[in-house]
Design a protein around this ligand. Structure first.
Ligand SMILES: Cc1cc2nc3c(=O)[nH]c(=O)nc-3n(C[C@H](O)[C@H](O)[C@H](O)COP(=O)(O)O)c2cc1C
Length: 330
């Protein structure tokens, strides 16, 4: 049974990758995951704010920037609250590389062009096999248009690309007017892969304390549907490697992800809940499913449920939408 997969030009033993999370912070955990069959590890992110906070704080102090900006700085965690500072992060890349034989992908997380993107080069020098750039932002400015935001994203991608010789994947939110056009532009800006999607962090409201409650829920399989849709739309249309992140819990989720067109499947919630054994079980179940269904090579399945063979994908999407609404009878 051949599960070998190409991702970002790197050959992986299978599509099952440890997604960006604290799972890579602990060397023993990372090694146990590798022993359970993980084919690569994405480290948790180093944030733009970590790389710029010292200089911004200094600017606020010396140049008397507007109060709203100074206040904005106080929203962010203190440096001690991050699990690894910029220097420690680079040491951890090197440590993971020395203790694992699977590829290690370092993650940078930011949203504005600037000097912080230079840290990508240091990650490469520390031994990272690739960089995953997570662009996370929630637009709140009524004066900034979608195209301006997209231009900014592309500037960040190009800025990181310029620093690197290793492959670059971009982890995106699903909220673009045209994700296919954005994917094409990201490719032209020099990226090698896309990770679909960033999980949209949705805080709850505490109506007694009149406060915003920061919450992080682990995912369920229901989250995969959004990923499957866009994976199926993009597959075969872009030279970018495609990685699915979000909602892979059961063997059928994994099969669907590959059939929609994913090169790799990133797992986080499943592993945080059930540990490395869940990785081993998923790979075993996946292999058995392939055997039962007469697949010898994962490439025989990849993209078979994508839009590639649909002559008019937009009409197909619209038709399914109409059909599903007509199914409900009272
Ligand atoms: C505790 C936790 C920490 C995470 N940290 C990061 C991070 O540092 N960078 C990042 O890009 N994604 C991060 N994520 C998001 C995951 O990489 C992943 O995209 C998301 O959890 C969806 O995958 P899942 O359904 O397998 O959990 C984190 C998720 C969790 C639950």
């Amino acid at each position: 049974m051949n599960l070998k997969t190409q991702y970002l030009g790197i050959e992986l033993s299978s599509p099952f990758v440890i997604g960006a999370s604290p799972l890579g912070d602990d060397i023993d955990m990372a090694r146990r995951l590798e022993d359970s069959g993980a084919s690569a590890l994405v480290m948790h992110s180093l944030f733009e704010e970590q790389l710029t906070s010292e200089s911004s704080a200094m600017a606020a102090f010396t140049e008397g920037v507007e109060e709203s900006n100074a206040e904005g700085l106080s929203y962010f965690p203190e440096s001690a609250e991050y699990s690894l500072g910029p220097e420690d992060y680079l040491n951890h890349v090197a440590l993971l590389k020395s203790r694992l034989s699977i590829p290690v992908i370092a993650s940078l997380n930011g949203r504005t062009p600037g000097g912080w993107v230079g840290h990508a080069k240091l990650m490469e020098e520390a031994g990272a096999d690739a960089i995953e750039l997570n662009i996370y932002e929630v637009p709140t400015d009524m004066d900034e248009s979608g195209s301006e935001i997209e231009a900014r994203v592309l500037e960040v991608v190009a800025g990181v690309r310029e620093k690197l010789t290793i492959p670059l994947a971009v982890k995106l939110a699903p909220f673009y007017s045209s994700l296919p056009h954005m994917a094409k532009s990201i490719h032209l800006a020099g990226a090698n892969g896309l990770v679909l999607f960033n999980r949209f962090y949705q805080p709850d409201l505490d109506i007694e304390d009149l406060n915003v409650e920061p919450k992080i829920f682990l995912s369920t399989s229901s989250e995969i549907l959004l990923r499957l849709r866009w994976m199926a739309v993009l597959y075969g249309k872009t030279p970018l490697s495609l990685s699915l992140s979000g909602g892979v819990h059961r063997v059928h989720d994994a099969i669907k992800g590959i059939m929609a067109g994913a090169d790799t499947l990133q797992l986080v919630s499943l592993l945080l809940r059930h540990g490395p054994q869940a990785m081993a079980s998923l790979i075993k179940d996946f292999t058995e499913w392939m055997k039962e269904h007469d697949y010898n090579d994962i490439s025989e399945m990849r993209g078979c449920l994508s839009h590639r063979n649909s002559p008019d994908p937009a009409a197909f999407e619209r038709a399914n939408y109409l059909r599903v609404l007509q199914l409900w009878k009272v």
